[in-house]
Design a protein around this ligand. Structure first.
Ligand SMILES: Nc1ncnc2c1ncn2[C@@H]1O[C@H](COP(=O)(O)OP(=O)(O)O)[C@@H](O)[C@H]1O
Ligand SMILES: [Mg+2]
Length: 320
Protein backbone atom coordinates (compact mmCIF):
# COMPACT_ATOMS: atom_id res chain seq x y z
CA UNK A 1 0.00 0.00 0.00
CA UNK A 2 1.25 3.48 -0.84
CA UNK A 3 1.96 5.77 2.10
CA UNK A 4 -0.78 7.96 3.62
CA UNK A 5 -3.61 6.07 1.99
CA UNK A 6 -6.97 5.38 3.53
CA UNK A 7 -8.34 2.33 1.74
CA UNK A 8 -11.60 3.27 0.08
CA UNK A 9 -14.21 1.56 -2.09
CA UNK A 10 -15.95 3.81 -4.62
CA UNK A 11 -18.93 3.33 -6.93
CA UNK A 12 -20.50 5.24 -9.83
CA UNK A 13 -24.20 4.62 -9.24
CA UNK A 14 -26.09 6.93 -11.61
CA UNK A 15 -29.31 5.15 -12.60
CA UNK A 16 -28.95 6.34 -16.17
CA UNK A 17 -26.73 5.18 -19.00
CA UNK A 18 -24.37 7.37 -20.97
CA UNK A 19 -23.18 9.92 -18.39
CA UNK A 20 -19.59 8.69 -18.15
CA UNK A 21 -19.62 6.09 -15.36
CA UNK A 22 -17.45 3.59 -17.20
CA UNK A 23 -15.15 6.32 -18.49
CA UNK A 24 -14.64 7.59 -14.95
CA UNK A 25 -14.00 4.07 -13.62
CA UNK A 26 -11.18 3.36 -16.09
CA UNK A 27 -9.69 6.87 -16.06
CA UNK A 28 -9.66 7.12 -12.26
CA UNK A 29 -8.32 3.57 -12.08
CA UNK A 30 -5.44 4.75 -14.28
CA UNK A 31 -4.78 7.87 -12.24
CA UNK A 32 -4.84 6.17 -8.85
CA UNK A 33 -3.06 3.02 -9.99
CA UNK A 34 -0.72 4.09 -12.79
CA UNK A 35 0.08 7.74 -12.05
CA UNK A 36 -0.06 7.53 -8.24
CA UNK A 37 1.14 4.02 -7.66
CA UNK A 38 -1.70 2.86 -5.46
CA UNK A 39 -2.85 -0.72 -5.60
CA UNK A 40 -6.21 -0.54 -7.39
CA UNK A 41 -8.93 -2.99 -8.41
CA UNK A 42 -11.56 -1.91 -10.96
CA UNK A 43 -14.69 -4.07 -11.23
CA UNK A 44 -17.14 -4.09 -14.16
CA UNK A 45 -20.61 -4.91 -12.80
CA UNK A 46 -22.56 -3.86 -15.89
CA UNK A 47 -23.84 -6.91 -17.83
CA UNK A 48 -23.46 -4.78 -20.99
CA UNK A 49 -19.71 -4.93 -20.33
CA UNK A 50 -18.72 -1.65 -22.00
CA UNK A 51 -15.86 -1.11 -19.59
CA UNK A 52 -14.59 -4.65 -20.22
CA UNK A 53 -14.78 -4.19 -23.98
CA UNK A 54 -12.95 -0.88 -23.65
CA UNK A 55 -10.10 -2.66 -21.85
CA UNK A 56 -9.89 -5.47 -24.37
CA UNK A 57 -11.90 -8.25 -22.69
CA UNK A 58 -14.59 -10.39 -24.27
CA UNK A 59 -17.77 -10.54 -22.23
CA UNK A 60 -19.52 -13.44 -23.97
CA UNK A 61 -21.27 -15.76 -21.52
CA UNK A 62 -19.14 -18.75 -20.58
CA UNK A 63 -20.65 -21.15 -18.07
CA UNK A 64 -17.49 -23.14 -17.54
CA UNK A 65 -15.29 -20.14 -16.64
CA UNK A 66 -14.78 -19.15 -13.01
CA UNK A 67 -16.79 -15.95 -12.53
CA UNK A 68 -17.80 -13.41 -9.92
CA UNK A 69 -20.67 -15.60 -8.72
CA UNK A 70 -18.17 -18.35 -7.91
CA UNK A 71 -16.14 -15.91 -5.79
CA UNK A 72 -19.17 -14.39 -4.04
CA UNK A 73 -21.08 -17.62 -3.44
CA UNK A 74 -18.78 -20.62 -3.81
CA UNK A 75 -15.65 -19.48 -1.98
CA UNK A 76 -13.44 -19.41 -5.08
CA UNK A 77 -10.40 -17.15 -4.56
CA UNK A 78 -10.47 -13.63 -5.94
CA UNK A 79 -7.27 -14.35 -7.88
CA UNK A 80 -9.23 -16.78 -10.07
CA UNK A 81 -11.11 -13.93 -11.76
CA UNK A 82 -8.75 -10.96 -11.53
CA UNK A 83 -7.06 -9.83 -14.75
CA UNK A 84 -4.24 -7.39 -15.28
CA UNK A 85 -4.85 -5.20 -18.33
CA UNK A 86 -1.37 -3.70 -17.83
CA UNK A 87 -2.35 -0.07 -17.15
CA UNK A 88 -1.62 0.19 -13.43
CA UNK A 89 -4.73 -1.48 -12.06
CA UNK A 90 -6.21 -4.96 -11.70
CA UNK A 91 -9.56 -5.62 -13.30
CA UNK A 92 -12.54 -7.96 -12.99
CA UNK A 93 -14.35 -8.06 -16.35
CA UNK A 94 -18.11 -8.46 -16.71
CA UNK A 95 -18.73 -12.18 -17.14
CA UNK A 96 -21.98 -14.12 -16.71
CA UNK A 97 -23.55 -11.16 -14.92
CA UNK A 98 -27.00 -11.84 -16.34
CA UNK A 99 -27.30 -14.98 -14.20
CA UNK A 100 -25.60 -13.71 -11.05
CA UNK A 101 -28.68 -11.84 -9.81
CA UNK A 102 -30.68 -15.07 -9.79
CA UNK A 103 -27.90 -16.89 -8.00
CA UNK A 104 -27.59 -14.14 -5.40
CA UNK A 105 -31.35 -14.12 -4.90
CA UNK A 106 -31.27 -17.68 -3.59
CA UNK A 107 -29.90 -16.24 -0.34
CA UNK A 108 -32.05 -14.20 2.04
CA UNK A 109 -32.57 -10.62 0.85
CA UNK A 110 -30.21 -8.99 3.30
CA UNK A 111 -27.47 -11.62 3.03
CA UNK A 112 -27.61 -11.50 -0.75
CA UNK A 113 -27.04 -7.73 -0.76
CA UNK A 114 -23.97 -8.06 1.45
CA UNK A 115 -21.99 -10.57 -0.60
CA UNK A 116 -19.81 -8.08 -2.43
CA UNK A 117 -18.94 -6.30 0.77
CA UNK A 118 -18.09 -9.49 2.63
CA UNK A 119 -16.25 -11.39 -0.08
CA UNK A 120 -14.48 -8.59 -1.96
CA UNK A 121 -14.17 -5.48 0.17
CA UNK A 122 -13.87 -6.83 3.71
CA UNK A 123 -11.38 -9.49 2.65
CA UNK A 124 -9.22 -7.57 0.21
CA UNK A 125 -9.51 -3.78 0.66
CA UNK A 126 -6.60 -2.58 2.76
CA UNK A 127 -4.91 -5.96 2.26
CA UNK A 128 -4.16 -6.32 -1.47
CA UNK A 129 -5.89 -3.13 -2.56
CA UNK A 130 -5.83 0.56 -1.57
CA UNK A 131 -8.82 1.37 -3.75
CA UNK A 132 -11.65 -0.59 -5.32
CA UNK A 133 -13.74 1.09 -8.03
CA UNK A 134 -17.09 -0.46 -8.99
CA UNK A 135 -18.68 0.40 -12.33
CA UNK A 136 -22.41 -0.31 -12.13
CA UNK A 137 -25.23 -0.60 -14.66
CA UNK A 138 -27.60 2.31 -15.25
CA UNK A 139 -30.53 0.34 -13.82
CA UNK A 140 -31.19 -0.86 -10.29
CA UNK A 141 -30.31 -4.52 -10.02
CA UNK A 142 -29.20 -6.87 -7.31
CA UNK A 143 -25.64 -6.08 -8.33
CA UNK A 144 -26.26 -2.36 -7.88
CA UNK A 145 -27.41 -2.99 -4.30
CA UNK A 146 -24.33 -5.07 -3.68
CA UNK A 147 -22.09 -2.37 -5.13
CA UNK A 148 -23.47 0.55 -3.13
CA UNK A 149 -23.32 -1.44 0.11
CA UNK A 150 -19.79 -2.64 -0.63
CA UNK A 151 -18.66 0.79 -1.81
CA UNK A 152 -20.57 3.49 0.10
CA UNK A 153 -18.59 6.31 -1.55
CA UNK A 154 -20.11 7.60 -4.76
CA UNK A 155 -18.90 9.73 -7.64
CA UNK A 156 -21.77 10.88 -9.87
CA UNK A 157 -20.85 12.03 -13.39
CA UNK A 158 -23.49 14.14 -15.16
CA UNK A 159 -23.61 14.97 -18.85
CA UNK A 160 -25.33 18.03 -20.33
CA UNK A 161 -28.41 16.19 -21.58
CA UNK A 162 -32.04 17.12 -21.03
CA UNK A 163 -32.55 14.06 -18.79
CA UNK A 164 -29.59 14.82 -16.46
CA UNK A 165 -31.53 16.24 -13.52
CA UNK A 166 -34.24 13.64 -13.84
CA UNK A 167 -31.62 10.90 -13.84
CA UNK A 168 -30.12 12.28 -10.67
CA UNK A 169 -33.56 12.66 -9.10
CA UNK A 170 -34.37 9.01 -9.87
CA UNK A 171 -31.03 7.94 -8.44
CA UNK A 172 -31.72 9.95 -5.29
CA UNK A 173 -35.23 8.62 -4.74
CA UNK A 174 -34.75 5.02 -5.79
CA UNK A 175 -31.23 4.36 -4.59
CA UNK A 176 -29.62 6.94 -2.29
CA UNK A 177 -32.60 7.62 -0.02
CA UNK A 178 -33.46 3.95 0.67
CA UNK A 179 -29.81 3.00 1.14
CA UNK A 180 -29.28 5.81 3.67
CA UNK A 181 -32.52 5.07 5.50
CA UNK A 182 -31.96 1.33 5.69
CA UNK A 183 -28.20 1.10 6.03
CA UNK A 184 -26.97 4.45 7.28
CA UNK A 185 -23.84 6.01 5.87
CA UNK A 186 -23.62 6.58 2.13
CA UNK A 187 -21.30 9.36 0.97
CA UNK A 188 -21.63 11.21 -2.29
CA UNK A 189 -18.02 12.33 -2.63
CA UNK A 190 -18.71 14.51 -5.67
CA UNK A 191 -21.01 15.20 -8.59
CA UNK A 192 -18.96 15.99 -11.69
CA UNK A 193 -20.14 17.56 -14.94
CA UNK A 194 -18.70 15.67 -17.91
CA UNK A 195 -18.50 16.03 -21.70
CA UNK A 196 -18.99 19.80 -21.70
CA UNK A 197 -18.40 21.63 -24.98
CA UNK A 198 -20.75 24.60 -25.32
CA UNK A 199 -20.64 28.22 -24.18
CA UNK A 200 -22.26 28.95 -20.85
CA UNK A 201 -23.12 32.60 -21.50
CA UNK A 202 -25.93 31.40 -23.80
CA UNK A 203 -28.86 29.11 -22.95
CA UNK A 204 -27.12 25.87 -23.90
CA UNK A 205 -27.62 22.47 -22.24
CA UNK A 206 -24.15 22.95 -20.72
CA UNK A 207 -25.33 26.19 -19.14
CA UNK A 208 -28.51 24.51 -17.94
CA UNK A 209 -26.62 21.68 -16.26
CA UNK A 210 -24.04 23.90 -14.59
CA UNK A 211 -26.60 26.46 -13.46
CA UNK A 212 -28.90 23.78 -12.03
CA UNK A 213 -26.00 22.17 -10.19
CA UNK A 214 -24.74 25.46 -8.81
CA UNK A 215 -27.97 27.17 -7.79
CA UNK A 216 -30.91 24.81 -7.33
CA UNK A 217 -32.25 23.67 -3.99
CA UNK A 218 -33.73 20.60 -5.70
CA UNK A 219 -30.25 19.53 -6.86
CA UNK A 220 -28.98 19.80 -3.28
CA UNK A 221 -32.00 17.82 -2.06
CA UNK A 222 -31.06 14.96 -4.40
CA UNK A 223 -27.53 14.86 -2.95
CA UNK A 224 -28.81 14.84 0.64
CA UNK A 225 -31.68 12.39 0.01
CA UNK A 226 -32.32 10.20 3.03
CA UNK A 227 -31.18 12.79 5.57
CA UNK A 228 -33.57 14.43 8.05
CA UNK A 229 -35.37 17.47 6.68
CA UNK A 230 -34.65 16.61 3.03
CA UNK A 231 -37.41 15.85 0.52
CA UNK A 232 -36.07 14.85 -2.88
CA UNK A 233 -39.63 14.28 -4.19
CA UNK A 234 -40.48 17.92 -3.56
CA UNK A 235 -36.90 19.03 -4.15
CA UNK A 236 -36.62 20.84 -0.84
CA UNK A 237 -34.24 21.20 2.10
CA UNK A 238 -35.31 22.25 5.58
CA UNK A 239 -33.78 25.27 7.29
CA UNK A 240 -31.20 23.09 8.97
CA UNK A 241 -29.35 22.71 5.67
CA UNK A 242 -27.49 25.57 4.02
CA UNK A 243 -27.70 25.38 0.23
CA UNK A 244 -24.31 26.95 -0.47
CA UNK A 245 -22.57 24.60 1.96
CA UNK A 246 -24.19 21.54 0.40
CA UNK A 247 -23.07 22.67 -3.07
CA UNK A 248 -19.54 23.50 -1.89
CA UNK A 249 -19.30 20.04 -0.35
CA UNK A 250 -20.37 18.18 -3.50
CA UNK A 251 -19.16 20.11 -6.55
CA UNK A 252 -15.42 20.14 -7.34
CA UNK A 253 -13.93 23.67 -7.34
CA UNK A 254 -13.40 23.50 -11.13
CA UNK A 255 -17.18 23.34 -11.70
CA UNK A 256 -18.38 25.52 -8.84
CA UNK A 257 -19.82 28.78 -10.20
CA UNK A 258 -21.50 30.95 -7.58
CA UNK A 259 -24.44 33.35 -8.08
CA UNK A 260 -22.29 36.47 -8.29
CA UNK A 261 -20.15 34.80 -10.96
CA UNK A 262 -23.26 33.95 -13.02
CA UNK A 263 -24.31 37.59 -12.73
CA UNK A 264 -20.88 38.76 -13.92
CA UNK A 265 -20.97 36.31 -16.83
CA UNK A 266 -24.43 37.48 -17.89
CA UNK A 267 -23.46 41.14 -17.58
CA UNK A 268 -20.54 40.46 -19.89
CA UNK A 269 -18.10 41.59 -17.18
CA UNK A 270 -16.00 38.43 -17.39
CA UNK A 271 -15.31 36.13 -20.30
CA UNK A 272 -17.36 32.98 -19.76
CA UNK A 273 -15.34 30.16 -18.20
CA UNK A 274 -15.06 26.74 -19.87
CA UNK A 275 -15.41 24.43 -16.89
CA UNK A 276 -14.28 20.81 -17.08
CA UNK A 277 -14.66 18.00 -17.67
CA UNK A 278 -14.61 18.86 -21.39
CA UNK A 279 -15.63 16.74 -24.33
CA UNK A 280 -12.45 15.16 -25.63
CA UNK A 281 -12.16 12.92 -28.67
CA UNK A 282 -9.25 11.12 -26.97
CA UNK A 283 -11.78 9.36 -24.69
CA UNK A 284 -13.45 7.67 -27.66
CA UNK A 285 -10.04 6.95 -29.21
CA UNK A 286 -8.83 5.36 -25.97
CA UNK A 287 -11.91 3.13 -25.99
CA UNK A 288 -11.21 2.04 -29.56
CA UNK A 289 -7.62 1.31 -28.58
CA UNK A 290 -8.83 -0.75 -25.61
CA UNK A 291 -6.94 1.39 -23.12
CA UNK A 292 -7.81 3.82 -20.35
CA UNK A 293 -7.22 7.49 -21.23
CA UNK A 294 -4.24 7.52 -18.85
CA UNK A 295 -2.44 4.96 -21.04
CA UNK A 296 -3.68 6.16 -24.44
CA UNK A 297 -2.95 9.86 -23.95
CA UNK A 298 -1.14 10.47 -20.64
CA UNK A 299 -0.68 14.18 -21.44
CA UNK A 300 -4.36 14.82 -22.15
CA UNK A 301 -5.35 18.13 -20.50
CA UNK A 302 -8.57 16.67 -19.06
CA UNK A 303 -6.54 14.29 -16.89
CA UNK A 304 -5.66 17.20 -14.62
CA UNK A 305 -9.34 17.47 -13.74
CA UNK A 306 -9.77 13.74 -13.31
CA UNK A 307 -6.79 14.17 -10.98
CA UNK A 308 -8.86 16.55 -8.84
CA UNK A 309 -11.57 13.88 -8.66
CA UNK A 310 -8.89 11.36 -7.66
CA UNK A 311 -7.79 13.78 -4.90
CA UNK A 312 -11.38 13.82 -3.68
CA UNK A 313 -11.39 10.02 -3.58
CA UNK A 314 -8.06 9.98 -1.72
CA UNK A 315 -9.12 12.52 0.89
CA UNK A 316 -12.71 11.26 1.17
CA UNK A 317 -14.38 14.53 0.23
CA UNK A 318 -14.04 18.03 -1.22
CA UNK A 319 -11.92 20.62 0.57
CA UNK A 320 -12.70 24.13 -0.56
N1 LIG B 1 -15.52 13.72 -21.61
C1 LIG B 1 -15.88 12.95 -22.66
N2 LIG B 1 -15.54 13.30 -23.91
C2 LIG B 1 -15.88 12.57 -24.98
N3 LIG B 1 -16.59 11.42 -24.90
C3 LIG B 1 -16.96 11.00 -23.66
C4 LIG B 1 -16.62 11.72 -22.49
N4 LIG B 1 -17.12 11.03 -21.42
C5 LIG B 1 -17.72 9.94 -21.92
N5 LIG B 1 -17.65 9.91 -23.27
C6 LIG B 1 -18.25 8.92 -24.17
O1 LIG B 1 -19.66 8.91 -23.90
C7 LIG B 1 -20.18 7.60 -23.97
C8 LIG B 1 -20.82 7.23 -22.63
O2 LIG B 1 -19.82 7.16 -21.62
P1 LIG B 1 -19.75 5.92 -20.62
O3 LIG B 1 -18.56 6.12 -19.75
O4 LIG B 1 -19.82 4.63 -21.36
O5 LIG B 1 -21.10 6.17 -19.80
P2 LIG B 1 -21.93 5.20 -18.83
O6 LIG B 1 -20.99 4.19 -18.29
O7 LIG B 1 -22.49 6.12 -17.80
O8 LIG B 1 -23.02 4.59 -19.67
C9 LIG B 1 -19.02 6.69 -24.31
O9 LIG B 1 -19.03 6.49 -25.70
C10 LIG B 1 -17.79 7.51 -23.90
O10 LIG B 1 -16.66 7.18 -24.69
MG1 LIG C 1 -21.15 2.11 -18.35
Amino acid sequence: MAANTTPRAVCFPMLKGGFGKSTFASTLGGILGDFRDHSVLVVDLDPAGHLSTGLGYYTRENDSATDLADVLLEGEPLEAIVKNPGHGFDFIPALNLDTISDELSKDSVLASDLKMKQELVDKHLGEQYDYMLFDVPGTRKKLTNNAVIAAPNAILPLMPKPEAMNGLRETAIRLVEPIRQQLGEFNILATVPNDLSARIDHQTTDRKLLESMNTQESFASFLLAGNDGVDPQQGTLSNGHDLETVLNDHIPPFARIRSDEWAAIDAGEVSPPKPPIRHTGAIGDAYEERKPLTAHDPENPQLEHFGVVADIIETGGINQ
